[in-house]
Design a protein around this ligand. Sequence first.
Ligand SMILES: *Cc1c(COP(=O)(O)O)cnc(C)c1O
Length: 463
Amino acid sequence: MNQQLKEDKRNQSALLATAVQAANEFLGSLDSRKAAVFPHDQYNATDLPEIGLGAEAALAQFRTRYESGLAGSAGSRYFGFVTGGSTPASLVGDWLAAAYDQNPAADEDSNAPQVEQEAIHWLRQLFGLPDSFVGTFVSGATVSNFVGLAQARQWIGQQQGANVAEDGLWGIRPFPILAATPHSSAKKALAMLGLGRQAITPVPTLPNREAMDVAALAEILATLDQPAVVIASGGTVNTVDFDDLQAIADLKQKHNFWLHLDAAFGGFAACSPQFAHLLTGQETADSITIDAHKWLNVPYDSAMTFTRHPELQLAAFQNSAVYLGDVKENPSLVHWTPQNSRRFRALPAWMTLLAYGRSGYQDIVERNCAQARWLGEQIEQSEQFRLLAPVRLNCVCFTPASNPSLPQIQEFLAKVRDDGRIYLTQTVYQGQPAIRAAFSNWQTEQRDMKICWQALQELISEK
Ligand SMILES: *Cc1c(COP(=O)(O)O)cnc(C)c1O
């Protein structure tokens, strides 16, 4: 055995203790660390060593060269994109997932797949989804959208008497894909599926909303002479607007379409009786996307994909050229997603769900939504900023009150980032360049909100 491997094997326990110390130092630094760090320094790659340094020296070098440039995004004041942190229990689960190093793709050499099934069962209960939904872990909501839309494509093929997974798209007629305010990742998924980013026919939104005008959807569906795919939003990223899922579901009585619901973070509205109504009708979706590395607060990368049509998911992703009948009952995880081998990704989710339960997630969701509401109120009362949409859940969409041009917003956001107390990201809302603040971290408290509002006011007044 190589000398460094041999030594590291002998010192493994001390090495892990060193890693624990490094992690504790990092976690302890989160409150004072900048929320985001722009990589200003020129990046110079060193050469691969012929003889390795051993793990302890490698860790020391990593810390010297890179640690100061890491973001405090796991901490309580990173409000860019929609970003969760890692609960203590999920971190334990993630570390041990690496230590256990199982490959749950195989179902005959360990009980890791059963842990995944139990986590999915708990998640269905958390989200109020019926047991008829089959769930699988994937690496993120983009891949979950891909898996859902791959089934939609397979279903369309079936409606046309074709098997797309076996024979490709060659033999099928182009079909309508309808959406009002889809996430960019849905377009990416359509690109990967050979359908194309341009395949979406836009459905109008309600006035001053990001939610779909369902009457307009009904009109479009009435003109079609073939089955379609509808992509619904369960929480848009700018204003967390929800398409009326019940009204869309009602259209299924008259029209034949696949309903894919992207509820990457909005799915967590189900955790609170205050917000659960936003998802009324979700159980009529054919496939559903929900992220775990956002509001479940597990480490990257993790999400779930749910379906009411497991046979179509298997048709699309089975790891063989054989027909479905040849896949045995309860097929192993190798047949369900774009991945074959997979990490024990379910363990962090399993650990955090058991550690904090339904009420733990209700607390996180309600606390984050109250924080968004509070910031929205400050903005509404201020002369320096303008609120662009009502705060519906956990995001605040706003601009500076004067000269909200793209360059001015970019300059302001760079100032916010370099200041480091908070981090916010840019968007465009109804043609207007804008700023978003999204709250989805379990650690955020009112104290952080005060710091956030103070920073915003100070930095906007600075010239
Ligand atoms: C974040 C997000 C996605 C993409 O998620 P990833 O986890 O980054 O792949 C898709 N849809 C919505 C609504 C999102 O918020």
